[in-house]
Design a protein around this ligand. Structure first.
Ligand code: KG4
Length: 342
């Protein structure tokens, strides 16, 4: 059966995976750089590129060892080519091109965000096309109408912070380590979501856009004015507010587009409270809501190898001068309120 090597260096995670037949994950390894950049309060692009360069070779060796495969067993090399930090992308893509050339195997270029969306179908192949996807990560909050693996139309997105960014920044206010999402999840389990009322931004805006920067600021002011507030109650209220908005908008969009199937993907989709809120609403709305396994939610290269396999199987190979792109322009149902950077 076909063996694919997936590579992702689009941002601050170095990820390599070995996948059989586009679905069976034999190895899925990710090295996070979060602590490498902590002293700067954000990702330093040059440092990120250098860390990718240091990590790629040992990680690829370990992935092949874990999968019990050798280099010659690889049938295709899939790599994330967009969107992301250009320097970081170039490291991964150059590595992938070199391997493809040396092994004389096809190269398949993959869009990192489309791979996140595809991750839902990797775990749940019975999810039909078209379906609605909510992509929630550290950098994105997008509602996407998915016609197939390539044909996707954005119907809404955040006008400021992504939901993961809001969780990470609020976590910092609460003194949690980064990335704060998983720590907030644990903390929220012991808190009361009803004790504190936080805003539910744009809940009734009548469209499918989101805003999360006000939520972050509300917690900042609350902790400044009332520093003794229970952090567990804040975490619970924060996740409750975020879930309410995400669930409400997603389910209204599904109804408006007449989609009976919703897939929630991206790092924040690993969150327990968000999963529970969706599950509850799915039942009452009679809409099928699925999540990929947690390993396929956060940044990973198995999803790159998975989507790369679809291209490989169709014979869509990428040229050896395949470029990388920092930004991608989406097909949109309506123009975004805020123009994305060019
Ligand atoms: O998709 P991802 O791994 O990276 C990108 O941003 O592309 O998403 C990372 C985000 C971070 O904001 C992190 O805090 C959040 O996903 N996250 C979670 C959980 N696990 C990761 N947020 C809430 N609960 C979690 N269990």
């Amino acid at each position: 059966m076909t063996i694919g090597l997936g590579i992702d260096t689009s941002f601050d995670d170095t990820a390599i995976a070995v996948v059989r037949g586009g679905k069976e994950i034999l190895a899925n390894l990710t090295v996070s750089q979060f602590t490498d950049h902590q002293e700067f309060g954000g990702i330093v692009p040059e440092r990120a590129s250098r860390r990718h360069l240091e990590m790629l070779f040992p990680l690829a060796e370990r992935a092949l060892l874990t999968a019990g495969m050798g280099l010659m067993d690889i049938d295709y090399v899939a790599v994330a080519v967009e969107p992301g930090l250009v320097g970081s992308l170039l490291i991964g893509v150059t590595f992938a091109k070199s391997l493809a050339l040396a092994l004389d195997r096809p190269l398949t270029a993959v869009n990192h965000l489309k791979a996140h969306v595809y991750a839902g179908r990797m775990d749940h192949p019975d999810v039909p096309y078209p379906h609605l996807s909510l992509l929630i990560s550290g950098a994105n909050t997008l509602l996407i109408d998915v016609a197939d693996e390539d044909d996707m139309t954005v119907i809404g997105g955040t006008i400021d912070d992504a939901v993961g960014e809001c969780l990470d920044k609020t976590g910092r206010t609460l003194g949690l380590p980064l990335p704060a999402g998983p720590h907030l999840e644990v903390l929220a389990k012991t808190g009361d979501p009803k004790k504190i009322r936080l805003p539910r931004p744009m809940l009734s805006s009548g469209d499918f856009d989101f805003s999360f920067s006000g939520l972050k600021t509300a917690v900042l002011y609350m902790m400044r004015d009332r520093p003794d507030t229970s952090r567990a109650d804040v975490a619970a209220a924060l996740l409750s507010s975020a879930s309410t908005v995400l669930v409400e908008k997603t389910m209204s969009a599904a109804k408006k587009l007449d989609r009976r199937s919703v897939v929630v993907v991206g790092g924040v989709a690993a969150n327990l409270q968000i999963r529970e809120a969706f599950a509850k609403r799915a039942k009452s709305d009679d809409i099928d809501v699925r999540f990929p396994s947690k390993a396929l939610c956060t940044d990973n290269a198995a999803m790159i190898a998975g989507l790369g396999y679809v291209r490989y199987a169709k014979g869509i190979y990428s040229p050896i001068d395949q470029p990388v792109r920092a930004n991608v322009s989406w097909k949109r149902a309506i123009p975004p309120r805020v123009q994305p950077p060019t």
